[in-house]
Design a protein around this ligand. Sequence first.
Ligand SMILES: Nc1nc2c(ncn2[C@@H]2O[C@H](COP(=O)(O)OP(=O)(O)O)[C@@H](O)[C@H]2O)c(=O)[nH]1
Ligand SMILES: [Mg+2]
Length: 239
Amino acid sequence: MLKPLIMIPTYNEAENIKILINEILSLAINCIILVVDDNSLDGTGDIVDKLSKTNAQIRIIHRKGKRGRGIAGIEGMLYALKENIDCIIEMDADLSHDPSCIPTFLKEIEHHDVVIGSRCIENGTEEGRTLVRKYISMLAHIYLKIVLGFKVTDSSSGYRCFRKSTLASLGLDRFVSVGPTIVTEILYAVYQNKFSIKEIPIVFKNRKFGRSKLNYRILLKSLLFPLRLRLKSILGRNK
Ligand SMILES: Nc1nc2c(ncn2[C@@H]2O[C@H](COP(=O)(O)OP(=O)(O)O)[C@@H](O)[C@H]2O)c(=O)[nH]1
Ligand SMILES: [Mg+2]
C-alpha cells in the first residue's frame, strides 16, 4: 500500500484533535500525521506536541504570523513534498471526515492522480448540517461548475488525496489563497494540468465540538475568488 502523509490544518480544535489522531493510528497504516496549527488559543498545539513526543509518526508545524486555512495547508503540503511518502491526504480536524475512508483513498490513488471524498455520489451524504449550509454548498457547487468548469460532483470537499508527484507539479509556492479558497485553487490547477480525478463516497458529519471558522467575509471572498482565477487564466492564455 502507498505511504501517505495525512495533513490536518487546525485552529482551535482541542476537543477533536486527539480523538482524530487516535482514530487514524488505530487503522495501523504506515503513515505520517502532520498537524499544521495556527497558534490555536485553546491548546490544540500543546496536545499534539505531547502526542508527537511519544510517536515519531506524529508531527506538528506551529505557524506564527498570518492565520489561514489556505496558507497553513500549503505549508503542510510543501513539508510533505520533502518527506519519503507516496501521497498526501488532507482532511479537517473537526471529525467531519471519517478516517475509516483512508484505506479506500489509498487504494484508489494507486490508479488516479487525485482522489476526492464526495458527499454527492451514491453512498455519500452529509449529516447534521443546517439547511443554510447545505444550500451554500449546493450553490457553491453550481457556481464553480459554471465559472471554472469543474466536473466533479463535490468540488468544495476538503477530504482529498493527491499523489506526491501530482502536488509537486502544481507549483504550490505560487498559490495565493489565504483561507479556504485554497480548496478551489488546488482543484483548478488539477484541472488545468489535466490530472485524473476519482471520487469516492464519504459520509460528512457536521462538527459536534468547537466552532466553524466560516463567516460572511470568508464567504464573500469565496464568491469573488473563482472569478479572479478564471480571469487570470484567460489573461495568461492571451499573452
Ligand atoms: N491552520 C489553520 N487551520 C484552520 C484555519 N481555519 C480553519 N482551519 C481548519 O480547517 C478545517 C476546516 O475548518 P472549519 O472551520 O471546520 O470549516 P467548515 O468545515 O467549512 O465549517 C478544520 O480542521 C479547521 O481547524 C486557520 O486559519 N488555520
Ligand atoms: Mg468543519
